[in-house]
Each structure stands twice: as structure tokens, then as C-alpha cells.
Write a protein that binds this ligand. Structure first.
Ligand code: SF4
Length: 314
């Protein structure tokens, strides 16, 4: 859960997950909708699936226990070098360094690294420094302290070095270059995407569909709709999308609200409409499942965050 997500966001999700699925075995037996519901709103949904794959691997290869060997941890689905090192050091106090954004900031200032920290050469150098400064037998506390030091003391901006215990040895501080480091490549531009979705009503129920099993937000449920084409208005887009995706027509289309949601590399303007079913028989094109449900039943299905906001309004 902590990959790409802050602790304070994770805590309620973690508590809820541990209440519902307290053992490795229970994770292996959970239905996909249940896993995704527990993950709803946390983003990067492949992590939930990877936890289940990893749990199955633990049942098969490690007698139902979490492995303590670094190579075994690294071999678990969804676990890369950073996560494996964090687990090996924090959970098992093994001598593995960790390098995250906070650590990169501290190291690049302390050692005065003046090149782009987003290159593979920089990555190698950061891991090498983190390994060299790791006090053997103290990895658990040292790694947590180093990450926390970056988060609380050696901060990205508004930095106050006056009380820093490292200032006499910190190269960036000595050279008066603290606020110039770390150096990063050019910022990626956010793409803006216009999406139209419709809450289609028929006989007191609304229509929802399930996203494909792979790709973005795989397996989550959503209201039907899609991307507007270049120059296309949201209202035109929703009529076209519903006809193309479901093979039905809708009437009395009225706007409800617009939701802005940011993803890793793009921002979505979600134009939400309410509409009445008009005619035709539903024939799903991309979705793997679709059904008419009561609004009160929507809480039983996992939805992407922007849809959750819309459901709260409904
Ligand atoms: S002196 Fe300033 S820049 Fe250097 S490690 Fe301390 S807080 Fe970071």
C-alpha cells in the first residue's frame, strides 16, 4: 500500500484490509471485487492484485509465511528493489539500504551531486552511497531515520539548515547551494482529457459496467461513457459513447456536475450526466460485465475515485 502513497492516506485502508483479510490464506481466497473494494480510492489497483498473487506464492513456496530472504522477497509479484530493501531492513533488520525521494534529496545535498538525479547513473550512485553509509546491524532504524530526516529536516523547500546535525559535513550547505539541489530533469507536462459519463436510469435502477481485466483501473466498475473526441462537446460525446459502447440510446440528458481528477500523467475533466434509458438492448463492447442496480447497491461495487465522488452525490 505504501508504494506511491503516503502513510497517512494508507492507515485507514490498512486497518480495514487487516480486519477483512487478516491472514495470508484469507487474501488468497478473496474475490477480486472484494480486493478492489478494499482498495477503492487508493489508486494503482494492480497493487491489490499483486498482493493476492504474492500471497498465493507464499502459500505455495514459503509454507504460508512471509519470506525473510531478500531474493525471495524480491521475487514476489509487485515487489521491486526499493520495496524488497525496505521490507528486508525494516521488518527483518537486514543490511539493505533504501533510496526513495527523501533519501535522494539528503544524499544529493550531503555529497553535492550536481547532475540530474533522475538518470540511471544517479540511481546507481544513490544506492551506492546509501549502502556505504549504512551502519551494519542498524538498518531498521537507520533507513527509517534517513527517510524521515528527508521528510522533516532536509525538506524540498523552506529548508532551515541552522539546527541540522549534519551541517558541518554537508557539502551543499558549505557551498551555499542547498536550495539548488537535487537537480531534476524537465517536468512532465500533464495532459488534459475530457471524459463524459452518464448515470442512465431505467425502472428505478442505474446502469454500471465492469472495466476490462487489464490496463488502467482494471476490473473496477464504472458508469458508461468515454473520452470526447477533439472539438466534441461533452453532451455530444455522451450520446455517441453510449450508442457505441452499449448499443442503446438515451434521452432527457442533463448535466449533474463536473469532477476534476488528477492521475500520474494526466488530468481528467469528468462531465457527469443523468439520462433516461430510451431504446435498444444493451450489447457490451469493451466492458466485461454490465448490470442495472439500485443506487443503494452501488456501495457493494469497487469504483474509481472520481466515480465514488459522483456516487456520493447520487
Ligand atoms: S545541512 Fe541542510 S541540506 Fe545539508 S543535510 Fe542538513 S538540512 Fe540537508
Amino acid at each position: 500500500m505504501l508504494q506511491q502513497t503516503q502513510v497517512k492516506t494508507v492507515l485507514p485502508y490498512f486497518d480495514c484490509w487487516m480486519k477483512e483479510l487478516p491472514t495470508i490464506k484469507s487474501v488468497t481466497e478473496a474475490k477480486e471485487d472484494k480486493l478492489l473494494k478494499l482498495w477503492e480510492g487508493l489508486g494503482y489497483y494492480s497493487r491489490a492484485r499483486n498482493i493476492q498473487k504474492a500471497a498465493k506464492q507464499m502459500m505455495k513456496k514459503h509454507g504460508g509465511r512471509f519470506p525473510s530472504d531478500y531474493e525471495d522477497i524480491l521475487a514476489l509479484p509487485g515487489v521491486g528493489k526499493y520495496t524488497a530493501s525496505a521490507i528486508a531492513s525494516i521488518a527483518f533488520n537486514q543490511n539493505y539500504p533504501v533510496v526513495d525521494g527523501n533519501v535522494i534529496r539528503v544524499l544529493s545535498r550531503f555529497f553535492f551531486y550536481t547532475k540530474n538525479t533522475q538518470s540511471s547513473e544517479a540511481e546507481r550512485q544513490m544506492w551506492q552511497w546509501a549502502k556505504e553509509i549504512l551502519p551494519k546491524g542498524e538498518a531498521r532504524h537507520f533507513n527509517q531515520a534517513l527517510m524521515e530526516f528527508g521528510a522533516l529536516q532536509c525538506t524540498p523547500s523552506a529548508i532551515d539548515c541552522s539546527g541540522c546535525p549534519l551541517k558541518l559535513r554537508c557539502q551543499a550547505y558549505k557551498k551555499g547551494m542547498v536550495d539548488r539541489l537535487p537537480i531534476r530533469g524537465p517536468k512532465k507536462e500533464f495532459r488534459n482529457i475530457k471524459v463524459a459519463v452518464a448515470v442512465i436510469k431505467k425502472d428505478g435502477k442505474v446502469f454500471i459496467q465492469k472495466r476490462p481485466n487489464s490496463g488502467l483501473m482494471a476490473g473496477l466498475w464504472e458508469f458508461p461513457g468515454g473520452k470526447a473526441e477533439k472539438g466534441e462537446s461533452a453532451i455530444k460525446a455522451i450520446h455517441r459513447e453510449i450508442s457505441e459502447e452499449l448499443g442503446i440510446s438515451i434521452k432527457n440528458v442533463r448535466p449533474i456536475k463536473k469532477i476534476r481528477h488528477a492521475y500520474t500523467s494526466y488530468k481528467v475533466d469528468l462531465h457527469c450526466f443523468e439520462a433516461d434509458y430510451d431504446s435498444g438492448k444493451v450489447a457490451l463492447k469493451a466492458a466485461t460485465d454490465g448490470k442495472w442496480v439500485k443506487v443503494s447497491e452501488l456501495k457493494n461495487y469497487p469504483f474509481p475515485a472520481a466515480n465514488v465522488e459522483l456516487i456520493a452525490d447520487l
